[in-house]
Design a protein around this ligand. Structure first.
Ligand code: B16
Ligand code: MG
Length: 214
């Protein structure tokens, strides 16, 4: 039987995916690199440095390591400023009810976000104390689709990976969950999230009875 739910954050519990996009777009405009929603699809679930590398594929010159670091920091400043406005009202519908219901069934709750801003965002959303363990994105060496982040959460929760259910909105995240040996629930369309065991249009549609047998 399932013992834990492990959630992604951006795109699963709240819509900061768009906030990330706006911060990257501002940076890309400033340095004159074309960037749009289509390119942005490739950034979903991808960490900060790798996201910048994807954006700079369209640059007309090379950017050295130090310069890339400065650009990534600049984007992060824009993002941090934007999430100052985030509050509990920005949680997707159904999140609190699901966390409560899972807790009532004795399930452990973990968070596996690639974002180094996840702890700050959880506090803003008012749900920081609802998780038994939040992955330290800065300590993860291999980004999704590598299973490391999901395995680190299972280990910290003290449960076997196959007794966890991973919930993700990004293809790289679904691949990471599957590689960790966990069942994967995709938030999105099957065509965008190959390999998931089930797909839901939004977290509000997550029915514990369907996934967790008593
Ligand atoms: P940061 P998730 C990911 O979070 C986002 O989906 C991705 O767009 C972002 O670039 C990444 O976090 C890194 O975020 O720059 O804040 O460290 O979907 O894994 O919760
Ligand atoms: Mg995500």
């Amino acid at each position: 039987p399932a013992q834990a739910l492990i959630f992604d954050l951006d795109g699963v519990l709240t819509d900061t995916a768009h906030t990330h996009y706006q911060a990257w777009k501002r940076l890309a405009d400033e340095i004159g690199v074309p960037f749009d929603e289509t390119v942005n699809l490739r950034l979903k679930g991808v960490d900060r440095e790798a996201s910048l590398a994807i954006i700079l594929e369209r640059a007309t010159r090379e950017y050295g390591a130090e310069e890339r670091h400065t650009l990534a920091e600049r984007k992060n400043g824009y993002y941090r400023a934007a999430i100052e406005q985030v509050g509990p009202q920005d949680l997707f519908p159904g999140v609190l009810a699901l966390l409560d219901a899972a807790r009532a069934r004795g399930l452990k709750l973990g968070l596996a976000s690639a974002s180094k801003n996840a702890p700050a965002l959880l506090r803003r959303l008012g749900i920081a104390d609802r998780f038994d363990y939040v992955a330290d994105a800065g300590a993860i060496a291999r980004a999704k689709p590598n299973p490391e982040i999901f395995l680190s959460v299972a280990r910290a929760l003290g449960v076997a990976p196959q007794t966890c259910i991973g919930i993700e909105d990004a293809a790289a995240g679904i691949a990471a969950i599957r590689a960790a040996g966990m069942p994967a629930v995709g938030i999105g369309a099957p065509a965008d999230l190959p390999g998931a065991d089930a797909w839901l249009p939004a977290i509000a549609a997550f029915d514990l009875n369907a996934f967790v047998s008593r």
